[in-house]
Write a protein that binds this ligand. Sequence first.
Ligand code: TYD
Ligand code: MG
Length: 459
Amino acid sequence: MKKGTVRTAFVCQHCGYETGRWLGRCPTCGQWHSFAEEKQYSNRQLAGRQQHGWLNSAVCRLDEMDGQAEQRLPTGIGELDRVLGGGLVPGSLILLGGDPGVGKSTLALQLAISCAGRMTTLYVSGEESAAQVRGRCQRLAGGGRSPMLFLADTVWENIVGLVEKHAPQLLIIDSVQTIMTAEGEGTAGSVSQIREVAARLLLMAKSRDLSVVIIGHVTKDGIIAGPRLLEHMVDVVLYVTGDRSRALRLVRAEKNRFGPTAEIGIFTMAGNGLVEVVNPSRHLIGERPRGVAGSVITTGMEGRRPILIEVQALVCESCFGVPRRTADGFDGNRLALLLAVLDRRAGLPLGRHDVYLNVVGGLSIGEPAADLAVAVAVASAASGRVVTEDTLVCGELGLTGEVRAVTRGEERLREAAALGFSRFMLPAANCREEWARAMPGELVPVDNVRQAIRSALAD
Ligand code: TYD
Ligand code: MG
């Protein structure tokens, strides 16, 4: 390190915000007592210790480059490949985030086991010992052996040594918060250490064409502990979510420089690790109650995949002056809007009733194509009348109560037809399309919410 005056700054250990003086409360994230003093090296001072090798600094003409498609290394885990956009891209840095205990290490270990046979894989754990990981690995590999390399260490310099020696194609770090470098400031897990380690990992990934997966813990507030900065530095941010009390685990790409971000991977946590859910629709509606008011099935698009989802509503008289509205897996404001539409356009006043809405299975619906299903579920719950179990309901609702066309109608219906549904309540506009007339089963075209409720709750 070159000598010279080193400036210091106060850095929020929660979000990475920097300021010249100590503050009791961070103005950006609102955290109390989160500032720590850190040394700030200038670019010149840093020049001595950082290598800028990866860019090769040669200008090229993009239109004259070889038309090779981006190389992908399939992970062998179909649901993970789907989220990544086809597999790992060599030279990419992937951040795997999620709550403690949700299954990040499990997924990372399964990834290592799956890849180790085809590429040199190094798994570095700063959290668990070799014996611990070995036991888990044997369980996950179903008693089989995995040729992956393992290192239990938290010192960056040791990791570099091993990478140079073994030249892996896949490097997994569990977790970035535990690794520290002798040249960084602060203790492991501090903002400056995380930033330092991540910058070095990025350089390592790009210069060696190495795929790097780093695990990052998420704090209570849902941001990756340490700086948000980490999310900006990496190429791909994957989040593992799921209720710990339930088996379903979703892997979602929050950011992906090499693929779509709308896709989700669906797993269940079992005794032998994360198991891919081959047919999510069957899984999600498998336990639905039959012949009960308040339950409606609709199709949501998760990325390019249609998935059948059960919407449940419960309506009861309110004990207090202000009725309660609770929505789980659905936007609360959208629910309020739909209740207003039901009141004014379908003659269903619920001003003195509590309304609870639940999207079953832990998924959340963000698309308006679920509007009609929500409205029908509420109407069914309020009236006690049942929607027959072979009925699928899809449609967007407008403020005048009109039912508007949905996108990808054909795919939504085919998914439902494959699972035995035979009555399809659809926006009239969709029913006029050619594919609709060729669908097996009964089409119920609807123009407005009043008509939809009347035909859905006919029996
Ligand atoms: P883990 O991957 O260690 O979580 P993270 O790294 O995100 O903190 O997963 C921990 C939980 O997963 C733990 O509560 C036990 C459960 N689990 C299973 O149910 N089956 C398994 O095969 C494994 C490995 C873990
Ligand atoms: Mg872990």
